[in-house]
Ligand binder design. Structure first.
Ligand SMILES: NC(=O)C1=CN([C@@H]2O[C@H](COP(=O)(O)OP(=O)(O)OC[C@H]3O[C@@H](n4cnc5c(N)ncnc54)[C@H](OP(=O)(O)O)[C@@H]3O)[C@@H](O)[C@H]2O)C=CC1
Ligand SMILES: CC(=O)C(=O)O
Ligand SMILES: [Mg+2]
Length: 544
């Protein structure tokens, strides 16, 4: 282990135990022991946050070397509780806080951030945090958690990451009445001009920065992705200093990251299902519970899979049945559908259903996907029905955190007698059933966004286009090793840094192919050289 630099040893004598100054005591082992001494997940979260703030290299070494065990304490499910409890557990700032009252001065405030070479920012307005609703300023912890995984999971340097919370008020009455609440004590405002000013401020303050939009409520999520995603379009934005915005360099994790990760799992799932039934891989009927940013994002990504495999868009869309809080989403059910639902609504004149159970009974789907925020919505009856339709039913309850999962792994295994092909948004432990052990899959965008972000950084991508997102999904689907290929849908988490590098290489190549890469060096690079180059750039901490 490295000791503190000789040059500083003289100054430090007496200021810390000699073994800390000279090295020889493993700070990571000590941190692990301290972590293990904490009793509850939220205490572990608080401990890890402090460690990240005070001993960055030790924190990231600990995370990287123990990613399977520690991920649930820095990310879902614990990060959900940390966002809810933010104003109570707050100790020190760890994000950039941009309040609605600061409008007109966002670029100036942003320039207060101490690091300058920011390459990736995750921004939330706190309006839809996991499946927990509007958590106001507490949503900053989702941005912090995502960036922790960018560093731990992809090797992006900590100092080039920037978590941002846009504090635009909250509609959460509990928070508004909480005397400790740290955010603006006012009803949430929806103001496109504020978002334009924010976006322009990032572009001018950190020109190389990729922006990841995270956990915005669905209408905002689709609106701002659509507004900012395309490269080089110059849009009118009166609140930007020049009155105009150069767009590009951003993506929405809930729409595109989730779309990519679930497409990857779906590709591997249909192979397993087809091997068991002998039916063609593309012979699918898919029911979604949830038609928000994640549900529609995933469904559109799966539509692309079918259109890239011989179906017209219309034929592909016929395979999908979306259910929301009012029932099956159809053109003629009597309400005014937002644009994102109209993209996948069933055409007028077909049957109408109010409940998921009725839809499943009618459609007899091969796959059931939950992005609804409704814990337990996949009832025993529904799961057993799925098991009666197919030899290997595909059931993905993807809502976060754990208690909002549409069903548990244990129940899905029990109710299908071990035949289910399963992935959930938050982790579930392996299950024993009928003398066998079943390992679960975590279908969470943390398997895709670190690689997408790293690929964009390496390529100096000026946009995150559909080809790049699709390629990230294929790269993830292709990444199973021999021990995973016939049982799992995703690679085991301990390989995430290598997987992220592989995804990054393919995303970067897709950026070159589609003209989105500004790094001209990549074009002529062999795939193996590019992968080696990316791996050589990954942050690999060595704590003192
Ligand atoms: N695993 C992963 O990687 C990811 C998981 N997620 C999870 O997905 C979930 C949804 O996210 P998002 O799409 O942004 O959220 P939204 O709130 O935008 O969407 C939720 C959807 O579920 C529907 N819904 C809510 N209650 C019911 C109900 N009782 N019955 C039927 N449908 C219902 C809503 O209906 P209506 O439209 O009528 O209101 C809406 O269409 C969250 O829990 C989130 O954590 C999100 C991203 C990634
Ligand atoms: C995982 C994630 O992005 C979400 O649940 O919103
Ligand atoms: Mg999210």
């Amino acid at each position: 282990m490295a000791s503190i630099k000789q040059a500083t040893v003289a100054q430090l004598r007496g200021m810390a135990p000699a073994s800390v100054i000279h090295g020889g005591v493993d700070s990571v082992q000590r941190a692990l022991a301290q972590l293990n001494s904490k009793d509850t997940p939220i205490e572990k979260y608080i401990y890890l946050s402090q460690l990240r703030g005070t001993a960055k290299d030790t924190f990231y070494r600990l995370l990287i070397d123990n990613i399977i065990d520690i991920c649930p304490y820095v990310y879902t499910p614990t990060v959900g509780a940390a966002c809810q409890l933010y104003s109570t557990i707050y100790r020190k700032p760890d994000a950039l806080y941009l309040s609605y009252n600061d409008r007109g001065n966002l670029a100036e405030i942003m320039s207060n951030w101490p690091q300058h070479g920011i390459r990736i920012a995750v921004v939330s307005d706190g309006s839809r945090i996991l499946g927990l609703g509007d958590l106001g300023i507490g949503g900053c912890q989702i941005a912090v958690g995502k960036l922790t995984l960018y560093v731990g999971g992809a090797g992006i340097k900590p100092d080039s990451t920037l978590p941002i919370i846009l504090d635009m008020g909250t509609n959460n009455e509990t928070l508004l009445n909480d005397p400790l609440y740290l955010g603006l004590r006012m009803k949430r405002v929806y103001d496109d001009a504020f978002l334009d000013e924010f976006y322009a401020a990032v572009r001018t303050t950190f020109p190389d920065c990729l922006i990841q939009f995270e956990d915005f409520s669905s209408e905002s999520a689709f609106k701002y992705l659509d507004r900012y995603r395309h490269k080089e379009s110059l849009i009118q934005a009166p609140s930007a200093p020049s009155g105009q915005l150069h767009t590009g360099k951003c993506f929405n994790d809930d729409i595109q990251g989730t779309g990519a990760v679930i497409l990857a799992g779906f590709i591997n799932a249909v192979k397993l299902a087809s091997a068991a039934s002998g039916r063609p891989i593309l012979d699918q009927r898919i029911v979604f519970l949830g038609a928000g940013s994640a549900g529609v994002g995933v469904a559109m990504q799966l539509v692309e899979f079918f259109t890239r495999n011989g179906f017209t868009e219309e034929e592909a869309k016929q395979k999908f049945y979306l259910v929301d809080s009012k029932g099956l989403v159809t053109d003629d059910r009597g309400d005014n559908l937002p644009a994102h639902k109209r993209a996948l609504s069933r055409k007028a004149g077909g049957p109408q259903f109010k409940t998921l159970e009725e839809v499943v009974e009618h459609v007899r789907p091969s796959a059931l996907i939950g992005l609804s925020t409704v814990g337990g919505a996949f009832s025993e009856k529904i799961v057993r029905m799925m098991g009666s339709f197919k030899a290997r039913p595909i059931i993905f309850p993807l809502s976060n955190p754990s208690h909002l999962s549409e069903c548990t792994f244990e129940d899905a295994i029990k109710w299908t007698n071990g035949r289910v092909i399963f992935a959930s948004g938050s982790p579930f432990k392996a299950v024993e059933h009928g003398g066998s052990t079943y390992e679960s899959n975590q279908g969470n965008n943390f398997l895709s966004f670190p690689g997408i972000g790293l690929g964009c950084i390496v390529a100096k991508a000026n946009e995150v286009n559909d080809d790049m997102v699709y390629e990230s999904a294929l790269a993830l689907a292709d990444s199973l090793d021999d021990s995973e290929i016939n049982t799992l849908l995703y690679p085991r988490l301990h390989r995430i840094r290598d997987i992220s590098a592989t995804i990054a290489a393919r995303v970067a190549k897709a950026a070159v192919r589609t003209g989105a890469a500004e790094n001209s060096k990549l074009g002529g690079m062999a795939d193996t050289d590019l992968l080696a180059y990316i791996k050589s750039k990954q942050y690999d901490p060595t704590p003192c």
